[in-house]
Design a protein around this ligand. Structure first.
Ligand SMILES: *Cc1c(COP(=O)(O)O)cnc(C)c1O
Length: 435
């Protein structure tokens, strides 16, 4: 549905919910409550809600552990030794990869360090890393510390691409130009798939192609992209990617991380940090000297899989598989498009605004174009943003506040409704004017 066909009314929002082919999926999740009343939860970008089925998946493993003990490694309903493979097919669909390119393990920042160890191999000539200004802190620290481990100066080795003056998001042409300007010294380009603060989805295909033309490698942090936007890591020829599963992928706090290494490296014995679980499976228990990596992403595994956290992820991955990532993204674009429409049309009504004694000036800094964002809208509040955030919270809306001046709102297609979007925007636009 095009924005011009949207209507700013509760009836219309309810009609969209009625017609929603994914409406049944909300019932598969626990919706948090405050004082017995369900909240409007728009924080799936930070911590996805708990699928009701998680308990059954985890209980199965507890049962196998209780009844089989060590035997469960081989004889559990889903045997533990190859347990990580039970989620590969679903995950490959979510990130647009081949099974050999995927492994679930560790957590995001750990996986990022493992990838930087392999793919950031600076020499005298090529030592620079290009990244986004304002990246998530953990990514900045990972890059900075890796640069230092090589004895280099982060101020010289790390080049940040910034938004232009007066703008909030980074232009693809500026990223491309920066890569071009630094191409002789460039070792690595590392970006988020979606910036956590602005909600901007980067053009990963263009960044990858440009980086490769410059003779360097490229990796992405998909924390805010996995389960949220179309990803075609294999086809785009991305070298590596890492992500977490507790945001849009609903695997629970500290859930197992994800790793992608492109098939082109599957049979190359690239240097890496090694552990027994990445070693040739036939010999894994022989405890022999000499590491020999399993082909593909699994060759980067260090330890035996964390079954309970993987079981929780499996429950959610199965839901994603049932809903279908393409359908989810289609609904997501409608939900977020509707939210944007309601805020932009709702805020312009001066009569509503005048009736309030408190007023906030806001601006949506997330790009308008569907292919440049996921479900999150970042609302920049000119003054007293935290007060507006507290006000929304007191009215049962769970959104989040990111210092210095942004409220992030993420309607998630698996469990949010058009009616919730409508109610939220009514509350917001009551007291806001659009800059
Ligand atoms: C959430 C998030 C992280 C979190 O890292 P963990 O290692 O899972 O704690 C890292 N990077 C980005 C961009 C994130 O959004």
């Amino acid at each position: 549905m095009r924005a011009k066909n949207y209507q700013n009314s509760l009836e219309f929002a309810r009609r969209l919910d009625d017609e929603d082919p994914l409406k049944e999926f909300r019932q598969k999740f626990f919706i948090p409550k405050v004082k017995g009343k369900e909240v409007v939860y728009f924080c799936g970008n930070s911590l996805g809600l708990q699928p009701i089925a998680v308990k059954d998946y985890i209980e199965q493993e507890l049962k196998d552990w209780a009844e089989l003990g060590v035997d469960a490694h081989e004889n559990a309903k889903t045997p533990w030794i190859p347990y990580h493979r039970s989620v590969v097919k679903e995950t490959a669909k979510i990130v647009g990869a081949k099974p050999i390119e995927i492994v679930m393990m560790n957590s995001l920042t750990v996986n990022l360090h493992l990838m930087l160890t392999t793919f950031y191999r600076p020499d005298k000539k090529r030592f620079k890393i290009i990244t986004e200004a304002g990246a998530f802190s953990s990514d900045q620290y990972a890059l900075e510390s890796q640069v230092k481990l090589h004895g280099l100066d982060p101020r010289k080795a790390i080049v940040e691409v910034k938004p232009r003056k007066g703008e909030y998001t980074i232009r693809t042409e500026d990223i491309v130009e920066c890569i071009d300007q630094n191409k002789k010294e460039l070792a690595l380009v590392f970006f988020g798939g979606i910036n956590y603060y602005t909600g901007q989805a980067f053009n990963m295909e263009a960044i990858t192609a440009t980086t490769h033309k410059a003779g360097a490698v490229v990796g992405f942090d998909l924390a805010h992209a996995a389960g949220n936007i179309v990803l075609k890591l294999h086809d785009w020829q991305v070298d590596f990617a890492v992500w977490c599963t507790y945001k849009y992928l609903n695997a629970g706090p500290g859930g197992v991380g994800g790793l992608f290494v492109h098939e082109k490296y599957a049979y190359k014995k690239l240097p890496r940090m090694a552990g027994w679980w990445g070693h040739n499976e036939e010999e894994r228990f022989m405890m022999k000297k000499g590491f020999s990596a399993i082909s593909g992403a699994e060759g980067w595994q260090l330890s035996n899989p964390s079954i309970l956290s993987m079981a929780a992820y499996r429950a959610s991955a199965d839901i994603f598989n049932k809903a279908g990532i393409a359908k989810l993204i289609k609904k997501s674009q409608m939900l977020t498009g509707y939210l944007e429409y309601l805020i932009t049309t709702g805020c312009t009504s001066p009569s509503v605004f005048k009736s309030q004694d408190v007023g906030y000036t806001i601006r949506i800094i997330t790009p308008k174009e569907e292919q440049e964002r996921g479900c999150q809208l970042s609302i920049l509040v000119k003054k007293n943003g935290e007060k507006l955030f507290e006000r929304l919270k007191s009215k049962n809306f769970v959104v989040d506040w990111r210092s210095p001046d942004v409220i992030r709102v993420a309607p998630v297609p698996l469990y949010n409704t058009f009616e919730e979007v409508y109610k939220f925007s009514k509350e917001l636009t009551k007291v806001c004017r659009l800059e």
